[in-house]
Design a protein around this ligand. Structure first.
Ligand code: NAI
Length: 223
């Protein structure tokens, strides 16, 4: 099956499979059955077989999956064998935390530039990278061709800066601003991230335990 025909819901599960298979590999597993993997991940074996059948013949009857091969294939589908050049806009609390703690290279990206509008921050280093004046965005992009951007700026500036980035050739956004870029930039790849939504979901789950509301309808059990 071609990459483009894999459903979005399967794609959304792939990072988790990749992470689990990485842990298994690190713990010396060379193969694993769909049943065993399902138990470890809180999924069903048939769900796992269905998902993996989308992109090839990895399982063998009575043998299970080759952990390394399967992880490698999932990594390729996710583009983790590449290093897409990425920049960060907004070197405030969140931007600094992401720039310092995210393992970009093992997730298909390389952080190559950090920008802010606050002159007090220009020249300060986060890891190896200096914070640049946002006024230098265009000249930087002309030279280094980033294709992806992280937006950690206030919501009010998000649309304008996203338009500017698109003009500079950026076509993927990891967007923390709470401005919904998926609607205004439907041709770009957009991941809108709302940590608060995750916390709200936890509130629902807590209240389900306490109040007995039905929380069984979603198939994904995140860890
Ligand atoms: P902050 O105020 O510490 O940092 C924002 C930085 O952006 C500042 O350094 C500021 O100078 C810079 N900035 C403002 N306009 C800019 C522009 N046009 N170009 C470049 N830099 C610019 O704020 P914090 O806490 O780091 O939050 C950043 C954004 O992320 C906010 O929009 C906030 O609401 C959002 N946020 C989102 C979360 C989520 O789960 N999606 C979680 C936490 C914050």
């Amino acid at each position: 099956m071609s990459k483009s025909s894999i459903s979005n819901s399967v794609i959304r599960r792939l990072p988790r499979y990749h992470r689990f298979l990485g842990d298994l590999e690190a713990n010396g597993y060379t193969r694993i059955s769909s049943r065993e993997l399902a138990e470890k991940m809180g999924l069903t074996a048939s769900q796992i077989r269905q998902d993996f059948n989308c992109f090839g013949e990895f399982g063998q009857q009575g043998y299970g999956y080759n952990v390394k091969e399967l992880r490698g294939e999932i990594g390729k589908i996710l583009g983790l064998d590449k290093r897409a050049p990425m920049i960060l806009l907004g070197a405030g609390n969140l931007g600094r935390a992401l720039a310092s703690h995210i393992d970009f290279v093992n997730r298909g990206f390389e952080l190559i530039g950090i920008f802010d509008s606050n002159p007090d921050l220009f020249g300060i280093k986060i890891g190896e990278l200096e914070i640049h004046d946002i006024a230098q965005l265009e000249s930087f992009c002309e030279k280094h061709h980033p294709v992806a951007a992280i937006l950690c700026i206030p919501k009010a500036g998000a649309e304008e800066e996203a338009d500017r980035l698109i003009r500079c050739g950026v076509r993927a956004f990891w967007n923390f601003t709470h401005f919904d870029l998926r609607i205004s930039h439907s041709d770009a790849a957009v991941e809108n991230v709302h940590l608060g939504d995750s916390l709200t979901t936890l509130s629902y789950q807590l209240n389900s335990i306490d109040g007995g509301a039905d929380s069984s309808e979603e198939e994904d059990t995140e860890e």
